[in-house]
Write a protein that binds this ligand. Sequence first.
Ligand SMILES: Cc1cc2nc3c(=O)[nH]c(=O)nc-3n(C[C@H](O)[C@H](O)[C@H](O)COP(=O)(O)O)c2cc1C
Length: 353
Amino acid sequence: MLMDCVDLDALEQTARRVMPPASWVFCDTGADDEITAKDNIAAWRRLRLRPHVLRDIVEVDTGVTLLGAHVKTPIVVAPTGRHHLFHAEGERATARGAAAAGALYVMATSGSTTVEDVAAECGGPPQWFKLYMQPDRDATGVLLDRCVAAGFKALVLTVDQPVPGWSPRGYRTPVIASPDRRSVNMVGQPISRTAYDVERKGIVMFPTNFGDLEWLVKRTSIPVVVKGVLRGDDARRCVDCGAKGIAVSNHGGRHLDTTVTTAEAIADVVEAVGDSAEVYVDGGIRRGTDVVKALALGARAVLLGRPPLWGLAVNGAEGVRAVLEHIHDETVRAMQLCGAANLAALTPDLVKV
Ligand SMILES: Cc1cc2nc3c(=O)[nH]c(=O)nc-3n(C[C@H](O)[C@H](O)[C@H](O)COP(=O)(O)O)c2cc1C
């Protein structure tokens, strides 16, 4: 399969053709009217850059430390579940592709690959594990210990999906659950079901409150990042509970529709958190110029959700690597055209808000 990676829109169309219809819908859909899913993309594109001129940009350094680990790019693979819907090798291929691109990979709880098998593909950049807090804390604790033993360097607690959202598209073209396909890292290895499966409608899957966050921070030796925060006041409270990172996210618009976009939310969170934690952002980032805007507005790194899945479907690990390198190259070019030779030069005045 020829990969057209001139822009991610072209790759998206190729991915749409190669994915089985239910996998495509699961990847692509947003909740309800899909307003937030689309707005996320439009909001970055709407922001206008105010480039500097006459700066020395021959050598560009995109290196950054994320929770103490140096990585060569601020572009991170967001946690997305069920990679076997996109490629036979599932999360192993994604992890390998991310490592080849030198990018940090955040593995999701809900996949059919064990944490140990994903950790085995870690080729240099760190891996983080994204946790949904399951009601059984002892079982959650066992999983946490396995993650630490396997070498994961941080836990990402997702807090914006206490109940599943609803996707009319997902309902019409559902992923059919099969007893052969299990969420192997979850308690009891339940049959893998997507968030939009009718069996899950209205169920509080992941009840989590600030007390649980404090418990998690105490229970584990590795740093905790809270993902799915859109407000400065909540971000501050998470940091007060011990979170070392905040991921500004609306889950790619997949659960609550009509939220603020992440481009709109980032400044409030950055201001509330200050230097007390790292702030990351995801949702609708498709261009190097989007990355530059996000970093200029105070994000330390950006996460990509759907695009690596397009690469995975079209060309496995190699496709994931190609997507990440493509957006990295675009980012370097956008930095040069903005007169920024390193990430510290990406300051808020570069963006007209
Ligand atoms: C197919 C799919 C599955 C996802 N699964 C999870 C998940 O299990 N946990 C989570 O925190 N976020 C999940 N997300 C959300 C992503 O981590 C990320 O927040 C979002 O996709 C970013 O938006 P983007 O796709 O526009 O880049 C998922 C997203 C997609 C597209």
